[in-house]
Ligand binder design. Structure first.
Ligand code: GDP
Length: 620
């Protein structure tokens, strides 16, 4: 410890913790109940006797008070819940505060309480998002290359997932993987590293599907949005149209009375870039982004990989504190003693301050982007923590935790725990989207609220699944189907996708779950899929679809639905199922077949038929 102080003497001795909540060397906080400056601080349940001692109030007073005012009969050893503890404290003139007990192993949960005097300004962390080809990469490159002119000339730059740009003596940290996939993948792991999102939108193309997705993601993450209208050098640029379209998605420019900053730029011709950077600094200043460089470092993994020569390595973003050479760090479940840190210019650095991205090598395993890390002063403890976390992760993986399912909602509604439910909605047409969204928003009652965090027309995508995973949401599909890749992703992320083709059934299902009144789940099981390859028309029989079974089994008598580009066109039964000339009861994967649909002829090449069964599942 003493060694640590010496090494960091310029940082002062308060580099270690500022309070009981954050001491990397405390193995575990113990339960404390005490009055501190008129505030009763407690960590868990407490008995009547103990509370009476702490508040210095006779036990009989408390028993009488609870009986008279709350019709509660308690004894000396009754434990009191938070509501009662709070009420008693207020009644006897104390404020109260519940402290969470945090194990040092679970550093994600540590609440940071820095002393105001230790806080200094930190650079903002910025991500660039938007539709493909709207100029995200060009913008990132333009900003980066202008850095070279500013003193980094000759420096070898390497892509490490982030870089810092200095402007007017202040720094901005850019995450340089454009697009919201990486952003959401990180958020899905719980990481909150971004302060500002620049939504790039090409002035000649306007708001496109991925622009909307990017807006949804930025909003869901609660980051400040700056809209950069790009490609204004093009003769076909139409800035006003972009503004109007953005307004339809709730981003109102300041000139129209809103509070979203819009900047017009050309990433390619380097127009308006300095202005954009200065705007980022202004926004950052307003956000008063601060951190305490004197504490041990905490932060997130931006990217990680296994290098042939260097072994497991990771780019870390220091979010608070300072990461120093020699620190022992736990990164996700990995352990590392920092022997060498380099920045994006391959320059070796000894200390990484808040908002600085650095590459560390020598990890004992490869962490995930979005994992949290924390530095410890004690090497042995850090190793123990990493080992414990490895074990916990293994146990957790075996248990397979998942995002909220309808069943969880039902169970939580019964115990009164649930507060809100996040929903991502996909429907075949915009009209249905609007209708379902407004119905859903209407059904909220006092206890439970439905948040529709995205509502769009079209097929369910992998991006929906990632957003659901990041936001703990259920995906609802109305007359749309997820394809095999989306289904696989949803299974991997443990996301529930509920599919309906009757609006009121969908509404009723959520409403029922909210009230804890769910009927047995009718679970639909997909039995197989076949792709229509060739069509034959027979005047008596109708359209015969020559097909290839791509997945599972198609049975003659199951229900089927016809899907075109992810949208359900028709639901019904097969009229016939044949292999060559013979009627068959079923056809397996990788076999050809021909079928007709009972009462439906408008089949097209490329359509998919999906065979499904409805199974009733009792609630667990
Ligand atoms: P990304 O997919 O969003 O990363 O887009 P890119 O940065 O790859 O840009 C797509 C295309 O748009 C490239 O051909 C760029 O040269 C071009 N582009 C990007 N910014 C501008 C701009 O400001 N003006 C013009 N005219 N073209 C641009």
């Amino acid at each position: 410890m003493a060694k640590d102080y010496k090494k960091n003497k310029n940082q002062g001795s308060s580099r270690v913790s500022n309070g009981p909540k954050y001491d990397p060397n405390h193995k575990k906080q113990t339960q404390v109940n005490k009055v501190n400056g008129g505030v009763f601080e407690y960590t868990g349940s407490i008995t009547v006797t103990e509370l009476s001692k702490q508040l210095n109030v006779p036990v009989s007073d408390i028993i009488k008070y609870l009986f008279m005012n709350k019709k509660m009969m308690v004894t000396l050893n009754s434990t009191l819940d938070d509501e009662v503890i709070g009420e008693l404290c207020l009644n006897y003139g104390y404020d109260f505060k519940k402290e969470k007990i945090v194990d040092v192993e679970n550093f994600e949960e540590i609440e940071i309480h820095d002393d105001e005097k230790d806080l200094v300004e930190r650079p903002p962390v910025v991500v660039v998002m938007g539709h493909v080809d709207h100029g995200k990469t060009t913008l990132i490159d333009t900003i980066r290359s202008s850095n070279i002119a500013g003193g980094e000339a000759g420096a070898i730059t390497q892509a490490i997932g982030a870089y810092q740009k200095e402007i007017k003596g202040k720094k901005i940290t850019f995450l340089d993987t454009p697009g919201h996939e990486a952003f959401t993948a990180m958020r899905a792991r719980g990481a909150k590293m971004t302060d500002i999102a620049i939504i790039v939108c090409a002035a000649d193309d306007g708001v496109m599907p991925q622009t909307i997705e990017a807006i949804d993601h930025a909003k869901a993450a609660g980051v400040t949005i700056i809209v950069a209208i790009n490609k204004i050098d093009k003769p076909t640029a139409n800035v006003e149209r972009v503004k109007e379209e953005m307004m339809q998605h709730g981003l109102i420019p300041e000139e129209y009375g809103g509070d979203t900053i819009f900047k017009e730029i050309s990433a390619k011709k380097n127009i308006g870039i300095d202005d954009l950077l200065e705007t980022i600094l202004i926004v950052a200043e307003l956000k008063e982004l601060k951190a305490n460089p004197k504490r041990y470092a905490l932060g997130c993994v931006i990217e990680a990989s296994l290098d042939k020569n260097e072994g497991a390595k990771a780019t870390l973003l220091v979010q608070n504190g300072s990461l120093n050479c020699g620190d022992s760090v736990v990164i996700g479940t990995a352990y590392c003693k920092v022997r060498k840190m380099v920045n994006e210019h391959k320059k070796v650095i000894k200390t990484a301050l808040p908002s600085t991205p650095v590459v560390v090598t020598g990890l004992d395993e490869v962490p995930h982007a979005g994992d949290y890390f924390m530095a410890y002063s004690d090497e042995k403890l850090a190793k123990q923590v990493a080992d414990k976390r490895k074990l916990d992760a293994k146990t957790k993986a075996q248990k397979a935790t998942s995002a909220m399912t309808l069943n969880d909602l039902y169970n939580q509604a019964q115990t009164g725990e649930v507060k809100s439910i996040n929903v991502i909605l996909r429907a075949d047409v915009q009209g249905s989207v609007e209708a379902i969204k407004s119905s859903l928003e209407k059904i909220q009652n006092d206890e439970v609220k439905v948040n529709v965090i995205r509502a769009t027309a079209g097929a369910i995508t992998q991006s929906d699944v990632l957003l659901a995973s990041a936001s703990n949401a259920i995906i609802y599909g109305f007359n749309v189907r997820p394809d095999a890749a989306v289904r696989a992703k949803a299974a991997e992320e443990k996301i529930e996708i509920r599919l309906h083709n009757i609006i009121y059934a969908l509404i009723e299902e959520i409403e029922g779950a909210m009230k804890g009144l769910l009927k047995p789940i009718e679970k639909e099981v997909v039995m197989g899929q076949a792709e229509v390859r060739q069509l034959f028309r027979a005047s008596k029989i109708g359209t015969i679809a020559g097909s290839f079974v791509t997945d599972g089994t198609i049975k003659r008598d199951t229900q089927i639905r016809l899907i075109r580009e992810g949208v359900v066109i028709y639901t019904g039964k097969l009229g016939s199922l044949k292999r060559f000339k013979d009627d068959v009861a079923k056809v397996e994967t990788n076999f050809e077949c021909a079928f007709t649909i009972d009462g439906y002829n408008d089949i097209k090449e490329g359509d998919i038929i999906e065979a499904f069964e409805i199974q009733q599942i009792a609630r667990g």
